[in-house]
Design a protein around this ligand. Structure first.
Ligand code: KG4
Ligand code: ZN
Length: 347
């Protein structure tokens, strides 16, 4: 069964054809990064307009690359939440139009749940990943979300902790802006972190209450700001740092993020054990799951770790089509009455 997935929640217009829920036949992502880079973040109005321009060419390219026609598609899956409303509506309108005119089921997919599903995806050239043993502890760490989940199945997911301020990817993007390294910050900081000393500076780890599974990254970001710019935030700027000092700031910032995430994951695993419902694996997704430091640190938790292949860490439509297939095959009914929502529906 082939599903066409459509993703337009934020600043990437994406379409993908996925077969049987896991085999990616095409994965087209039109990034708007250049349009937003000058503002060091996503400008919603610019994003919506760019989606309107890109959506149909991207869908066409996804079909072409999969060597598929509309007649060979069995359902349309669309990310209809959470995200920027103007952006979501572009993908949703395209998906509704296609589903209605082709007489296909329209499956609404929660973008955050799809990030967790992304570790299931592969191509015909890559090994199928092993299936995660459930229940699992899920972690979505991206530019918009940093949250922990109890995953009983991909259609039975509960949020057990979330950020109370910034997402970790947002902290990467802001630290990158402080250091004058551009947007998005994750990939460049990931590279430079490997050149610095992670123990050079002790940035704070916000762990909140002893048993809290929530996250907070705004204090860390402010701490990096004062370290770079001096006690009033105005003494100097990043250009006064040597390359070694800059790389040490980045490596130490990254170490603080990783330590915080690992502490929270360990707490989640311990709490699940204490409740007599031990987690069998960890499932991780979202843009920050591409981070090499985080990927290397996760196995220390002692559970099997399921991470997406690199193309499926950041926003993509293959994860939408894949989860759409799972929902369809577990009895989910499609509907043309789907609404867009800025909020995730995960309880
Ligand atoms: O999942 P995603 O594409 O969009 C959201 O759903 O938010 O995540 C984008 C975020 C950005 O903040 C970007 O800086 C971060 O993921 N990111 C990374 C890396 N690659 C992307 N953060 C750390 N290390 C990376 N290698
Ligand atoms: Zn995302």
């Amino acid at each position: 069964m082939r599903i066409l997935g459509i993703e337009s929640t934020c600043d990437e217009t994406a379409a993908s054809v996925v077969e049987d829920g896991v085999i990616v036949r095409s994965n087209v992502v039109a990034s708007q990064v250049d349009l937003h880079a000058v503002y060091a973040g996503v400008v919603p109005e610019i994003a919506s307009r760019a989606h309107v321009q890109a959506i149909m060419p991207v869908i066409k390219q996804a079909l072409d690359e999969a060597d598929a026609s509309f007649q060979q598609i069995h359902a349309i899956a669309v990310a209809h939440r959470p995200g920027l409303i103007g952006s979501l509506l572009v993908g949703l309108s395209a998906a509704k139009t296609l589903a209605w005119s082709l007489g296909l089921p329209l499956i609404g997919v929660d973008h955050v749940a799809a990030h967790l599903y992304a570790s299931r995806l592969h191509t015909t050239d890559t090994h199928p990943p092993s299936e995660p043993k459930l229940p699992a502890i899920g972690l979505v760490c991206s530019g918009g979300h940093t949250a922990l989940y109890l995953v009983r199945s991909f259609s039975d997911i509960h949020c057990i902790g979330r950020t109370i301020d910034d997402a970790v990817g947002e902290a990467y993007d802001k630290v990158s802006a402080i250091l004058g390294l551009g947007y998005p910050g994750g990939p460049v900081l990931d590279r430079l972190a490997s050149l610095g000393d992670p123990n050079a500076i002790h940035f704070p780890r916000s762990l909140l209450a002893r048993d809290s599974l929530n996250f907070s990254f705004s204090g860390l970001k402010t701490s990096v700001l004062y370290h770079v710019r001096g006690p009033t935030g105005r003494e100097r700027d990043a250009s006064s740092l040597s390359q070694t000092d800059r790389n040490n700031v980045i490596a130490s910032f990254q170490q603080s993020c990783i330590d915080t995430i690992l502490t929270k994951l360990r707490r989640a695993v311990d709490q699940a054990n204490a409740q007599g419902n031990p987690a069998q694996s960890l499932i991780v997704g979202g843009g920050v799951s591409a981070n090499r430091g985080l990927r290397a640190a996760l196995p220390s938790l002692g559970l099997p770790v399921h991470l997406p292949a690199m193309p499926y860490c950041t926003d993509n439509a293959a994860m939408i089509a894949g989860l759409g297939h799972h929902l369809l095959s577990t009895g989910h009914q499609g509907s043309l009455n789907l609404d867009a929502s800025p909020m995730s529906a995960i309880p």
